[in-house]
Design a protein around this ligand. Structure first.
Ligand code: SF4
Length: 235
């Protein structure tokens, strides 16, 4: 157990707590609380990085974001949304036209299939509207639990799940919030550690920290406001 002193970065609230290599039980819940508090202080504006105006647009953007940066998706989606503003128009689209619009987001053939399939599912089962329901969303072609959680949390304000992407996976492990590597198991491990009303925000915070500080190849531990409590700190 080591206690370290370090200058607090701007905006980060500091709570002096011991660093435990593999916290468990009550220590793990306290550790999670400290992590959340500091991330909230450091990233007060954390939010979904995908541009969208409604649930349908977010659903399209999230499908396109697989294996692609949010920045690239935000370049691709304006033309897509102009051409196909709703599920009815996208469900009737010529696949080749959609492929041309989403090509630069990668995997454009399978993403086009998912987009048109999802839109067709919305038209046939939900009158063209996006359902605010996990089971109904995950029953749509191309929509898994992660995508559904993004929609529910960011378009409907429902914290029904925690989005676990590569950043959340990496940071959850480095911060010893879990030792799981499977996204579903990580989500299950994180849920009891954080208040449900914070689940959507938690993902945004971890993603933001993963992008800015806890980088995949070279984490900037020397600049990290969690280094005194992080078991993986390299400083
Ligand atoms: S101390 Fe290093 S490994 Fe731990 S969260 Fe910060 S940047 Fe990541």
């Amino acid at each position: 157990m080591t206690e370290r002193r370090k200058a607090a970065p701007l905006g980060a609230a500091r709570t002096r707590v011991p660093r435990i290599r593999r916290p468990r039980g009550a220590a793990l819940r306290i550790h999670a609380h400290v992590v959340l508090d500091r991330l909230l202080a450091a990233y007060p504006g954390a939010h979904c990085a995908l541009d969208f105006g409604n649930a349908f647009e977010l659903l399209c953007a999230t499908i396109l974001s697989a294996q692609c940066t949010d920045k690239r998706v935000n370049i691709v989606t304006p033309a897509l949304f102009t051409r196909y503003p709703d599920a009815a128009s996208l469900s009737a689209a010529n696949p080749e036209d959609v492929e041309d619009l989403v090509r630069s987001a990668g995997f454009f053939r399978s993403k086009t299939k998912s987009l048109i399939g999802m839109a067709t599912g919305l038209v046939e089962r939900h009158g063209g509207a996006v359902p605010a329901d996990m089971d109904a969303l995950t029953a749509l072609p191309g929509v898994g639990r992660k995508t559904a959680s993004v929609i529910l949390g960011n378009a409907f304000g429902r914290n029904d799940g925690i989005v676990v992407d590569t950043h959340v996976t990496r940071l959850s492990n480095r911060l010893a919030l879990t030792s799981q590597s499977d996204p579903v198991k990580i989500e299950r491990a994180l849920m009891p550690l954080f208040p449900q009303e914070r689940w959507t925000l938690l993902s945004h915070l971890l993603i933001e920290h993963g992008r800015q500080v806890c980088l995949a190849r070279a984490p900037r531990c020397g600049d990290c406001m969690l280094s005194d409590v992080c078991p993986s700190a390299r400083c």
